[in-house]
Write a protein that binds this ligand. Structure first.
Ligand SMILES: NC(=O)c1ccc[n+]([C@@H]2O[C@H](COP(=O)([O-])OP(=O)(O)OC[C@H]3O[C@@H](n4cnc5c(N)ncnc54)[C@H](OP(=O)(O)O)[C@@H]3O)[C@@H](O)[C@H]2O)c1
Length: 340
């Protein structure tokens, strides 16, 4: 029994390392055709676009001639990033903390005032927290950053007609979503029962479901909606949130441009999708389930949208959260009583 977790860990790394690391990238690249990356005249908005995967996507877009609006929190980092980018396009930047819905509202206002029309939206920002941290708006930070903010930004850009007719919306999800079924009630855990890796995985699953929803809703338009995952990439957030994972696999982790490759390829190629939910990885549409437990949920895309909408109405989302947390505390108390 003591060896069970070890066996699980070994099975996990044997199964995923060859594919998600740079090894998988180099092997698959042998079969790729050259794709043109002419983005001249396009405007991109990249969240978390001052470093890591988002930074590299922004760099590659500028190299192809795009104007990229990079959004992040740290003005100094954004300025340094913009100054370092080379290409026929350019980088503009906007400071916003995308874990805060009020910052997203004011970002939207600024963009609308400037009459910005976006051709490629890369919802890239994503964080994994070990400890439960609430934003000043009272939401769990990874929920607010990884899914609610993505939904908020996209919903409003669509409603305000700030996405061009043939825009592409690209959600940067994670292989971590494969462990989790959609569980909308567990997305925002502000009380007991929080586990950072689960909160992250649930939000990443929700991104995939959300993308399927947008795709269906806007099927009659020229817009494209893609979810992708980048594999395992050696970025600052991996160093912070998973130091042991990074130390162990550092020599085979992908570099930033390999992590951003499928984002840029999707934006350039706009491939047709089989329909329903899917996730792209290394330029190929993949199944959204690899474990038998994850399709088994009664939660639907409609439930997800209703829940996300509720969090964007003042007061209502918090009330739902409080109800869920009360349930969870009761559950914890029952468990403690049963095991005492
Ligand atoms: N790296 C991997 O192996 C891996 C694997 C699977 C999925 N992913 C996904 O890929 C995406 C990018 O990850 P990454 O590893 O490239 O991250 P990263 O290197 O840590 O980059 C983070 C970027 O996001 C910005 N940012 C962080 N929090 C923000 C906030 N609250 N508001 C606005 N901007 C914020 C940062 O700038 P500031 O600090 O200035 O805000 C920076 O530009 C995420 O969605 C992640 O879940 C990554």
């Amino acid at each position: 029994m003591a060896n069970a977790p070890l066996k699980k860990i070994i099975t996990f790394y044997c199964r995923f390392t060859p594919s998600y690391s740079a090894i998988g990238f180099y092997a698959r690249r042998l079969f790729w055709r050259r794709t043109g990356t002419d983005f001249a005249g396009q405007t991109w908005l990249v969240t978390g676009g001052s470093e890591g995967i988002g930074g590299s996507a922004a760099r590659q877009a500028v190299a192809g001639g795009a104007t990229v609006i990079s959004v992040a929190r740290d003005l100094g980092k954004l300025k340094a990033f913009a100054a370092s980018v080379k290409g026929s396009g350019k980088v503009l930047f906007e400071v916003a903390d995308l874990s805060l819905q009020e910052d997203i509202r004011s970002l939207l206002t600024r963009l609308e005032e400037r009459k910005v029309r976006i051709d490629v939206l890369v919802n890239n920002v994503g964080i994994q927290k070990r400890d439960q941290i609430l934003t000043k708006e009272g939401l769990e930070t990874s929920f607010s950053t990884n899914i609610l903010g993505h939904y908020h930004l996209t919903r409003e850009l669509l409603a305000r007609k700030m996405l061009s007719e043939n825009a592409a919306v690209i959600e940067v999800s994670s292989g971590g979503m494969y462990n989790h079924a959609l569980a909308v009630k567990d997305l925002n855990i502000t009380g007991s029962g929080y586990l950072g890796v689960r909160a992250y995985g649930l939000a990443k699953r929700a991104q995939v479901v959300l993308t399927g929803y947008w795709r269906q809703k806007y099927a009659a338009t020229g817009k494209s909606f893609y979810a992708m995952h980048p594999g395992w990439v050696d970025t600052a957030s991996v160093g912070r949130s998973m130091p042991r994972f990074r130390a162990m696999l550092k020599s085979v982790l992908r570099d930033h441009s390999q992590g951003a490759d499928t984002i840029v390829w999707l934006a350039a190629k706009r491939p047709k999708q089989a329909g329903g939910e899917s996730i792209w990885f290394d330029r190929k549409e993949r199944s959204v389930h690899i474990f038998p437990h994850t399709p088994k949920t009664s939660d639907t895309a409609a439930d997800l949208i209703a829940t996300l909408d509720s969090f964007l109405q003042p007061g209502l989302g918090r009330a739902m959260s409080a109800e869920r947390d009360a349930d969870s505390r009761q559950g914890d108390a029952k468990l403690r009583a049963a095991t005492a």
